[in-house]
Design a protein around this ligand. Structure first.
Ligand code: GDP
Ligand code: MG
Length: 441
């Protein structure tokens, strides 16, 4: 994986102040391979790597993380930046009917996605939607859309034999106007590869219908061809967005970067299945993680870098390795966990810790609880903190009084300490906090 490779490149680099050009270039060779493996088109890889190199050279390595982690963070941020930093929904704020034209190669998922969007607009936005198939090349294409329409209770334009796409578009537009539809979806024909006849037809349809949205539908598995596909469509019609289908499979999502780079348009949705509810808004940060192949690890490092020093974590890991985890450690951990979004959030990011997460969620660490817990630990003697098993009934009463809590609260604290000690043991089995922090460096 990318983390292993960067680990190798940066093994000799620990502790240096700023990233120099030679180091960054060495790291970028690995980033380049990771992007190609994720199916990003080569020209896009090149320009991306160039711009990230420029950004990275000279940056100071944060004291609390390794140079490898720093580079991954820079690459990740640049990816998110390029993919668009937020979700982008449809923009249909025009005089109705708002036209959505779907374009793309045959088999990319246009017809399916047309129905998915119609379903979303009908159910979520309460829009009155009409769908029309302009695919006269493929036998039964118009029937396919009608069948999907009946599944989701969305109207389709009745089929008239022998009509050409532009005529069908005009008829659909009239029907939508006369019958008061909010949205008209035009599902156009695709070819197996880009050809001029297809492009001419598409442009003619666009001219008669003036779409509010022209969406390019692309299979997420499209690799090096992505650039050509994107270019030829952008040259002919003005796209407003891209939809990436088949993201439910094992596509790493590199096509997203290629499409975004060439069209300059936002990716609005991803298709996540053959079923008609398999449509989601596009989340740039999620896809960036998928392209890098290190999703949750990136966010874990981000939070860790913000809130705790790796040195602290390593000291803690050393204590844990000796099987020590007393109430002083709990106190320190609680404060750190709080900063990182709670132990539940941390556990959720560590593979195999889902159970511990559920256990912790039941006693979620709230600000108020944290203050109470801190007060209780503060009321204990040094001996008690180091040896929680000393805390029998009498001592518990004293601590409750001293901290303004109840014996029940003290018991809860001790139970939590027990649960955390168990979770820590699990973490130790996986190589400990140190391994977790070092995963990327
Ligand atoms: P069109 O030729 O562009 O209209 O493509 P279709 O909508 O007919 O889709 C072609 C095939 O891809 C069909 O079998 C769809 O069920 C399938 N498909 C479309 N979108 C998705 C998706 O997001 N995930 C999966 N797994 N299959 C999809
Ligand atoms: Mg179709």
């Amino acid at each position: 994986s990318l983390s292993d490779r960067l680990g190798g490149v940066f093994a000799a680099l620990r502790g240096r102040g700023a990233l120099n050009e030679a180091d960054v270039r060495a790291a970028m060779r690995e980033v380049r391979i990771a992007l190609l493996e994720a199916d990003v088109a080569l020209p896009v890889v090149r320009s991306f790597v160039d711009s990230v190199t420029e950004k990275a050279v000279g940056q100071n390595v944060l004291r609390s993380i390794t140079p490898g982690q720093q580079v991954v963070k820079i690459v990740n941020d640049a990816l998110v930046d390029m993919l668009g930093s937020d979700t982008a929904d449809l923009e249909l704020d025009v005089t109705p009917p708002a036209i959505i034209m779907m374009v793309g190669l045959q088999g990319s998922g246009k017809t399916t996605t047309t129905a998915k969007i119609a379903k979303r607009l009908t159910e979520k936005d309460r829009k009155k939607v009409l769908m029309a198939s302009l695919d006269v090349n493929r036998p039964a294409a118009q029937e396919q859309l009608a069948v999907l329409g009946s599944q989701i209770n969305v109207a389709t334009l009745p089929v008239v034999a022998g009509q050409q796409p532009v005529e069908i578009a005009r008829r659909a537009l009239n029907a939508a106007r006369l019958q008061g539809y909010d949205v008209l979806m035009l599902d156009t024909a695709g070819r197996l590869h880009v050809d001029q006849a297809l492009m001419d037809e598409m442009r003619a349809v666009s001219d008669v219908s003036s779409p509010a949205e022209t969406l390019l539908v692309v299979d997420a598995l499209t690799g090096q061809d992505a650039v050509n596909v994107a270019k030829s469509f952008t040259d002919q019609v003005s796209l407003t967005g891209v939809i990436l289908t088949r993201m439910d499979g094992d596509a790493r999502g590199g096509a997203a970067l290629s499409m975004r780079a060439v069209t300059g348009k936002p990716i609005k949705f991803v298709g996540t299945g053959e079923k008609l509810d398999g449509l989601e808004l596009f989340h740039p940060s999620r896809v960036a993680g998928r392209i890098l192949g290190m999703g949750d690890v990136v966010s874990l490092v981000e939070r860790a870098a913000e809130s705790i020093q790796v040195e602290d974590a390593e000291a803690m890991a050393a204590k844990m390795a000796k099987g020590q985890f007393d109430l002083n450690d709990l106190r320190q951990q609680l404060a750190q966990m709080q900063k990182m979004g709670g132990l539940g959030a941390l556990a959720g990011m560590i593979p195999g810790m889902k159970k511990a997460q559920a256990a912790m969620a039941s006693g979620a660490v709230s600000d108020k609880m944290l203050i109470h817990m801190d007060a209780m630990i503060g009321s204990m003697t040094a001996k008690e903190r180091a040896k929680p098993e000393l805390l029998q009934a009498k001592r518990k009463i004293r601590i409750a009084k001293g901290s303004g809590t109840t014996v029940q609260d003290v018991n809860k604290l001790l139970k939590m300490h027990q649960e955390m000690a168990t979770a820590m043991k699990k973490l130790k089995k996986m190589g400990g906090m140190k391994a977790l922090m070092g995963m990327m460096g």
